[in-house]
Design a protein around this ligand. Structure first.
Ligand SMILES: *Cc1c(COP(=O)(O)O)cnc(C)c1O
Length: 474
């Protein structure tokens, strides 16, 4: 049979490995990987020839080596890869949340390259505490007596519950039993912390008396939770942290305020809706306040606990703390990020999260108009490209309903037939670029919100390298 002849004519692994292309593959990726890739290319070809039925020619050794090299190159693309976030969601949890400030990046890199005085007191030469490196800054910025930090805010909440309310009760309003992305459900966290959940009030209304009635000698703490990703509207009532503190203090029970995002500055300063600041939560009398490092704060993933010294000391003595601790790289980035808050006037220039949130719509629209012709050229005749207004979101559960007036690029298929598919394949093609471009699909168009586009020339380069022409995308 012709097919068998083609199969017999296939070069051997050794023959493929003797080609110049294979030598390049061995040099770049090492012998074991190159041999495996050649074997895989040969297997693939054999399978294809068998399926084909009638092939009279077999690929040459060099063609096979090229296939192996291409496979190795594709496989070497890092899985953790920078992308252009043009989704319009500034703090996108699935895209890694906050982009760090330059000073934070530098601090992290320095901590990676060098040994650092992480738990070493330079003045005494004795053992120090890693949390001590940022404690004063956290206290200064929040007005709290003491502070500590762990891996993320979920860990902070878990640790606080386990420290103050293990085998005891934690009182929470039914309206605040949140689930946030990534399977963080307050009742589950409570169970894992060994805490008995006591729900009070109803979904829409909780009154001071509900808490007062639930307090007993079994109570370990009263927890207030920021309803980060939803709002209950209409006939509602909630008890403020201040009122809660007054009720709980009579019984000597600590109040913990889980702020979620937690901001260190009044966002109204930057033209955004108000979110309670950490300092306000501390001033309202909460005994402990927990918040995230990589949400509105704009730093690396971290979870902070600030508040009463005696309680923070108990938290630091909990063996679980050791399992949840933060590493030197992020600690360096946390410190550098917090330092920026000492100069709020220049914060919006230096902290990418705030810079993105505060970007004026007119500036974004001007950028969209500049880029529109390049996108139109990249997509070819199949798409109509326009620059126009759209709405961004903060993301990560901060102000879920507030949108920010923004602008971006809209790519709409000219042909209504198969438009849905064309939009899907364009979105896919954009995601498959060397620097993946992540937009969103809305109203039959691919929308690229430019609020978070810092690297305009990088984006133009991506567009210039696209094949161009809607046909290529179909
Ligand atoms: C986001 C959030 C958390 C979890 O914080 P991570 O830093 O993502 O672990 C906990 N509580 C609330 C209210 C939140 O919004």
């Amino acid at each position: 049979m012709v097919r068998d002849a083609a199969l017999r004519r296939l070069p051997s692994v050794d023959e493929v490995l003797k080609t110049g292309t294979a030598a390049v593959a061995v040099d770049r990726f090492g012998r074991p990987a190159a041999v495996a890739a050649v074997r895989a290319a040969l297997d693939e070809t054999r399978t294809a020839l068998r399926a084909q039925g009638a092939a009279d020619t077999a690929p040459s050794a060099d063609t096979l080596a090229q296939a192996a090299l291409a496979r190795l190159v594709a496989d070497a693309t890092p899985a953790v890869r920078p992308v252009l976030n043009l989704t319009g969601v500034v703090l996108h949890t699935n895209l890694g949340r906050a982009v760090l400030a330059e000073t934070a990046v530098e601090a992290a890199v320095a901590a990676m390259r060098r040994t650092v005085a992480l738990e070493f007191d330079l003045s005494t030469g004795r053992r120090g505490e890693r949390d001590g490196l940022v404690r004063d800054l956290l206290c200064e910025l929040t007005g709290a007596e003491d502070a500590t930090l762990v891996n993320n805010n979920a860990a902070a909440v878990l640790l606080v519950l386990n420290t103050l309310a293990k085998d005891r009760e934690a009182i929470v309003s039914r309206g605040e039993l949140i689930e946030i992305g990534g399977a963080f459900r307050m009742p589950d966290i409570m169970a894992r912390a060994g805490t008995v959940l006591v729900e009070v009030g109803t979904t829409n209304r909780t009154h001071p008396g509900d808490y007062a009635e639930a307090l007993s000698e079994r109570t370990g703490l009263v927890l207030k939770v920021h309803t980060s990703n939803y709002r209950i509207e209409g006939f509602t009532a909630a008890v403020s942290a201040k009122e809660l503190v007054a009720i709980a203090r009579e019984r000597n029970v600590p109040v913990v305020d889980d702020l979620g995002s937690g901001t260190l500055v009044d966002l109204a300063r930057f033209g955004l809706a108000r979110e309670p600041t950490v300092a306000e939560a501390v001033a309202a009398g909460a005994d402990l306040v927990t918040f995230s490092g990589d949400k509105l704060l704009g730093g690396p993933q971290a979870g902070f606990v600030v508040g009463r010294k005696d309680l923070i000391q108990r938290i630091n003595r909990n063996p679980m703390k050791r399992a949840l601790r933060i590493d030197k790289i992020r600690l360096a980035a946390v410190e550098a990020t917090l330092r920026l808050y000492r100069d709020p006037d220049r914060l919006a220039d230096r902290l990418p999260t705030l810079r993105h949130l505060a970007r004026p719509q007119a500036e974004i629209l001007a950028q969209a108009r500049r880029i529109a012709p390049a996108l139109a050229a990249a997509l070819g005749d199949g798409f109509e490209v326009t620059a126009g207004d759209c709405a961004s979101q903060i993301g990560s559960g901060a102000l879920p309903q507030a949108t920010l007036a923004s602008a971006g690029l809209f790519a709409r298929p000219r042909d209504e037939r198969g438009a849905g598919r064309a939009v899907e394949s364009l979105a896919k093609a954009l995601r498959e670029q060397p620097v993946p471009v992540i937009g969103r699909i809305a109203d039959g168009a691919v929308v690229l919100d430019l609020r978070c586009l810092d690297d305009e020339s990088g984006f133009l380069q991506v567009l210039a390298s696209m094949p161009g022409g809607a046909d290529a995308l179909a």
